[in-house]
Design a protein around this ligand. Structure first.
Ligand code: IVH
Length: 673
């Protein structure tokens, strides 16, 4: 039964409307109707197509997703080959390209179109009488793969042109994935334990070459259209610049950061501008493409091999290269952190030879499945340390080995721990030689040893005078006089300072030992609670957690430190040398931190500051802000409309109550009365 012409008309109208709104939304980025109105149009069209399936056409906006998975891709021939571009890596090479063109054109001047070279994959879109009939990859330039169903899922690719153009037309562009979509995709894959994509280009290529187009549809791909291939039964404008405008009017997404220039210097200016700015773009680019603007000149210039003479890719300085990962080394940092790094077959990256690159940490290596012996992509961007970005699994031989983080320190052999929630593993030995110099400097500073700065610390270590911090207390004048530039008086002064440092309280010593997560305030809290090293040595994680303001990471780090046999030996040696192991009375308050050891709670509204500002002030002065009143609370600060619970608790524990004025006076911000 023929369908009512009214229905047919409505279906056609709906499609046209939807195509237009897609264009407004995905191409122009400026919708003129709400999402709800758009959804209503789509729903109506879907309903009608469900009732009259014979009306469904391949270019209907409902047909972007839903094609059944394919067995493989059919091969397609491009009517006009998809060429590649000659590269210029510096200004000289760019100018050489320009001069050659100029010569071939016998001195004629010409305008040029400067475009960004987007890093994705080239595709060819065929439109027959305005309808998308085929989408293909570049392939070898002559034959590509038919990925029509996949490309139809890319919302910024029009299924139907906004106005008539030609009976047959190939449109060329770059399908890409934004940096943001790429990050999200990789995060999702990491969560699911799937291998990660090395870069947005690989992710885009992998997504377009999916046999199941519903996967492509979920990948958030986009397109920038930059030119046309074969065209029959229609005409395009006479220049590249105008053609880009025309393509935009037909409904294609063309890059707005395009510029028409008259001189090579202007093209260089464009390049320089974007070489600095491209990092801020939401998608990746690897350079600019400069094209001779009038098409009439294209045929005069011709093609050499696969590279047309009328265009050049002027690339950003290289940031990536591929090479072999020979082995994985471990560097032990001053905090004892184990930093894995790649030993590489030396490779040039942007004019610099790279033979080592960071691998960050164990998780980084695991999540990217980087193996010893792999071919890897190395990146060196700007001033950043070179890093291994990803392996190239296709080049594996089967001889590659998985990396395992050592369980003992490669330098000193002590136990390695990776604290809960930490991305890094640490050597637990305070005397580990790799960390030792830095630790010695830190120790001298924390124990306030006057005159023992970085230079003398280094001289001591290099001369083999000290192998752990306790050795400082065994030094004699004769030892010091062996050092260059050391005089009798100076040696006496340094030894005097070292002796004096023995009397520092336990809190100083705790800081000086360089326990991970233990800074001045934490050390004072710990010392205030345990009073002596003796008691601290037998403390459990729970005991430490009982201190306000100490979390599980710190507690575990402290316990792990004192469990390590080498650290126990160090402490015994320090004790033997006569270093004080007690805190002493009263708890010293460091200058400028008047609220150390004081626990604050707030209730009601303060007039002069917000609750979080008040809490920040307390913290800055060494105090501890809390949310509930407990036995440990020193003060409850009462604003207007105080909470009944907190007041009741304060009464129960006998907590001191402060008015806002009293609080301000305490923190040194007293206002008037
Ligand atoms: S023009 C005859 N313009 O770069 C050359 N290419 O290395 C036709 N590309 O395969 C390409 N952005 O994938 C042109 N604005 C742009 C481009 C661009 C990216 C890619 C394209 C091409 C490759 C050539």
């Amino acid at each position: 039964m023929p369908v009512d012409p009214k229905i047919l008309e409505r279906v056609e109208w709906l499609r046209k409307e939807i195509h237009y709104h897609n264009y407004r939304y995905y191409v122009l980025d400026s919708p003129v109707i709400s999402d709800a109105e758009y959804d209503a149009l789509m729903r109506e069209l879907r309903d009608l197509e469900a009732r009259y399936p014979e009306l469904i056409t391949p270019d209907s906006p409902t047909q972007r997703v839903g094609a059944p998975p394919a067995e493989g891709f059919a091969e397609v021939e491009h009517r006009q080959p998809m060429l590649s571009l000659a590269n210029a890596f510096n200004e000289e090479e760019f100018l050489a390209w320009y001069q050659r063109v100029r010569r071939l054109l016998e001195g004629e001047t010409f305008a040029m179109t400067c475009e960004l070279k987007v890093d994705g994959l080239a595709v060819s879109l065929t439109y027959e009488n305005g309808v998308l009939t085929r989408g293909a990859t570049r392939g070898d330039g002559y034959r590509g793969e038919d990925v029509t169903n996949n490309l139809k899922t890319v919302k910024s690719i029009p299924l139907r042109l906004l106005k008539p153009a030609a009976a047959f037309m190939e449109v060329r562009g770059e399908v890409y994935m934004s940096k943001d979509a790429f990050d999200r995709l990789n995060q999702e894959r990491a969560r699911e334990g799937q291998p990660l994509f090395a870069n947005p280009r690989n992710a885009a290529a992998g997504s377009v070459r999916q046999l199941d187009s519903s996967i492509t549809a979920r990948r958030r791909l986009d397109i920038w259209v930059y030119g046309i291939g074969a065209i029959e039964g229609g005409e395009h404008p006479p220049t590249q610049w105008e053609t880009l405008q025309w393509l935009r009017e037909l409904g294609f997404r063309t890059n707005p950061n395009t510029r028409r220039v008259a001189t090579p210097q202007e093209a260089i200016d464009y390049y320089r501008e974007w070489r600095e700015k491209h990092h801020d773009l939401p998608y990746e680019t690897d350079g600019v493409v400069v094209k001779v603007d009038p098409f009439a000149l294209w045929s005069r210039l011709g093609v050499v091999g696969r590279e047309p003479r009328w265009a050049v890719a002027y690339k950003w300085p290289a940031t990536q290269a591929t090479t072999r990962l020979l082995s994985i080394g471990i560097n032990v940092g001053r905090t004892g952190r184990l930093n894995p790094y790649a030993v590489l077959e030396p490779v040039q990256v942007g004019g610099v030879t790279v033979s080592k690159a960071t691998l960050h940490n164990e998780d980084y290596i695991k999540s990217r499945d980087i193996r010893i012996g792999d071919w890897v992509i190395v990146e060196r961007a700007g001033e950043v340390i070179p890093q291994v970005v990803a392996p190239i699994p296709a080049r594996r031989t089967g001889q590659e080995q998985e990396f395992r983080m050592p369980t003992t320190c490669p330098v000193c052999g002590a136990r390695v721990v990776r604290p809960e929630g930490e991305a890094f593993a640490f050597c637990t030995n305070a005397s580990c030689p790799a960390q030792f110099l830095e630790r010695l400097i830190h120790f001298a500073k924390a124990m306030e040893i006057d005159g023992l700065g970085e230079q003398w610390c280094r001289a001591f270590v290099e001369a083999g005078l000290v192998r752990d911090v306790a050795d400082l207390y065994r030094l004699t004048k004769e030892d010091l006089l062996k050092l260059e530039r050391m005089g009798d008086k100076l040696a006496g002064n340094i030894l005097g300072s070292i002796q004096k440092s023995k009397t520092r309280p336990l809190s100083h010593l705790l800081v000086a030992l360089g326990i991970y997560h233990v800074g001045t305030v934490t050390a004072q809290q710990i010392a205030a609670k345990f009073r002596s090293m003796e008691r601290l040595l037998s403390a459990s994680v729970e005991d430490l957690l009982a201190i306000q303001g100490i979390g599980p990471e710190t507690a575990e780090s402290v316990v792990a430190f004192f469990q390590e046999a080498q650290n126990q030996r160090l402490i015994a040696k320090l004790r033997e040398a006569g270093v004080r192991m007690e805190e002493g009375e009263p708890v010293p308050t460091p200058a400028g931190l008047p609220l150390v050891g004081k626990v604050f709670c707030f209730t009601g509204t303060l007039a002069s500051m917000t609750r979080s500002q008040a809490e920040a002030r307390v913290k800055a002065l060494g105090g501890i802000p809390t949310d509930t009143v407990t036995r440990k609370t020193t003060y409850l600060v009462v604003g207007t409309d105080p909470g009944e619970t907190k007041l009741t608790q304060a009464r129960k524990f006998g907590t001191a109550l402060l008015t806002e004025e009293e609080f301000l006076a305490l923190i040194g911000e007293k206002k008037g009365g």
